[in-house]
Design a protein around this ligand. Structure first.
Ligand SMILES: Cc1ncc(COP(=O)(O)O)c(C=O)c1O
Length: 400
């Protein structure tokens, strides 16, 4: 079937939720993907910050093959070894003590809220409200839509479940003002990803953590996007001298297999059997892939390499900013980076990059986001920067 036929078929068959780039991708290797016309693209979208070790990484493929021949799914009525091994690896390498596995970021964040409500019910006289921030993103379930402080996601579904208060990001005073006797937790992304790669000031998370401790409410970090090395440490919280009571993971955890996780400190691990659960969550297949991913990252000091290549990438992009006055901001940490423009040209930039063989993400009408695989090399960064340069040059000459 030709490229157009697949895309026509999609138009006919699917509920219209995605604005897709007109590319049908059929295979990938490392930081590269190929479309059905065998054209190759350098992938700086990375499955939306998911393809941690690149496309089809041998360690994950081998783990999946091995596990697929051994045991794919049994229910959580039984013990299975891959999920216990993965839980141990996560606990040993984080400040959290216990794990619950699910299938996505939204489920992880929703689980975090449910756990916080258990805490509120048992320790805070029934407090149940969670404070979240404008510009945040916590997923697409109804409750996580209420948690997500962006009206474009909320308005189509109002009335939303109650129990969430959205306040300004990067402003601890807003959190203090919103805290009431009904508050059981504050849930934040260390860096807002979907909201536009918004990096708070360095002491923000520490200030919020201190406030949470003062009021005995839970400090919850949604590391679905920032976790698993993305920002240059295994978990972003490590860079801010804080320890969350609850942390969520998903995206990069499985290098492309759908898995989410909720981690909690011992003293807030208040679920009793039957109060939460999942059919697929933590099944042997996905846990084998996630274990292979995290183990590889730790054993090969991938976070050290990200720090270096992330810095290199930022410098390259800063150079572009010096050259093109319509680039108004370059921001990010590790390999989670945004470029903001003076005009709403992100879609044009995305398409111009596609034509030249580079995939980037429109995160706002006037900003693109780069979140390549963590194994990206400096040469590949050079190549991406070169394509961006030629796209920006064309834009500039059209304008002149
Ligand atoms: C911080 C954060 N939390 C939750 C989610 C939801 O994850 P999922 O799409 O896997 O449900 C996302 C997705 O972008 C995210 O960035």
């Amino acid at each position: 079937m030709s490229q157009n036929n697949w895309q026509e078929l999609e138009q006919k068959l699917f509920l219209r939720t995605f604005s897709r780039v007109p590319l049908t991708l059929v295979r990938g290797q490392g930081a590269w993907v190929w479309d059905d016309q065998d054209k190759r693209y350098l992938d700086f979208v990375g499955g939306w910050a998911v393809d941690t070790l690149g496309h089809c990484p041998p360690v994950v493929v081998e783990a999946l093959e091995r596990q697929a021949r051994t045991l794919i799914q049994v229910s959580n009525q039984f013990y299975t070894i891959p999920q216990i091994e993965l839980a141990q690896l996560l606990v040993q390498n984080s400040c959290l003590d216990r794990v619950f596995f699910c299938n996505s970021g939204a489920e992880a964040a929703e689980g975090a809220v449910k756990l916080a409500r258990r805490y509120g019910k048992t320790r805070l006289n029934g407090a149940y409200e969670i404070i979240t921030t404008y510009g945040s993103f916590h997923g697409r379930t109804l409750a996580m839509t209420a948690a997500t402080g962006q009206s474009k996601f909320q308005e189509p579904y109002e009335p939303l479940p109650n129990g969430f208060t959205n306040v300004e990001y990067n402003n601890v005073e807003a959190i203090k003002a919103a805290t009431t006797a009904q508050t059981c937790g504050v849930m934040l992304e260390p860096i807002q990803g979907e909201g536009g790669v918004n990096v708070p000031h360095d002491s923000y998370l520490k200030e919020v953590e201190s406030w949470c401790r003062e009021r005995a409410v839970l400090f919850i970090l949604d590391e679905v996007q920032t976790g698993i090395g993305r920002t240059g440490t295994l978990f972003a919280y490590e860079q801010y001298d804080v320890e969350p009571d609850i942390m969520t993971l998903a995206k990069g955890l499985g290098s492309g297999v759908p898995i989410g996780a909720l981690l909690a400190k011992e003293n807030v691990s208040l679920f009793s059997p039957g109060e939460h659960g999942s059919t697929f969550g933590g099944n042997p297949l996905v846990c084998a892939a996630a274990y292979a991913t995290v183990k590889y990252i730790i054993d090969n000091d991938i976070v050290g390499k990200i720090k270096q290549v992330g810095k290199y990438c930022l410098t390259k992009l800063e150079n572009l900013k010096q050259q093109f006055d319509f680039i108004t901001d370059v921001r990010g940490r590790g390999l989670l980076i945004a470029l903001e423009f003076s005009d709403e040209i992100a879609q044009d930039v995305v398409m111009a990059c596609v034509n030249k063989g580079l995939l980037v993400n429109k995160v706002k009408p006037n900003a693109i986001r780069l979140m390549p695989p963590l194994i990206i090399t400096e040469n590949e960064v050079d190549e991406a920067a070169g394509i961006l340069h030629s796209v920006f040059k064309e834009r500039e000459s059209r304008r002149l």
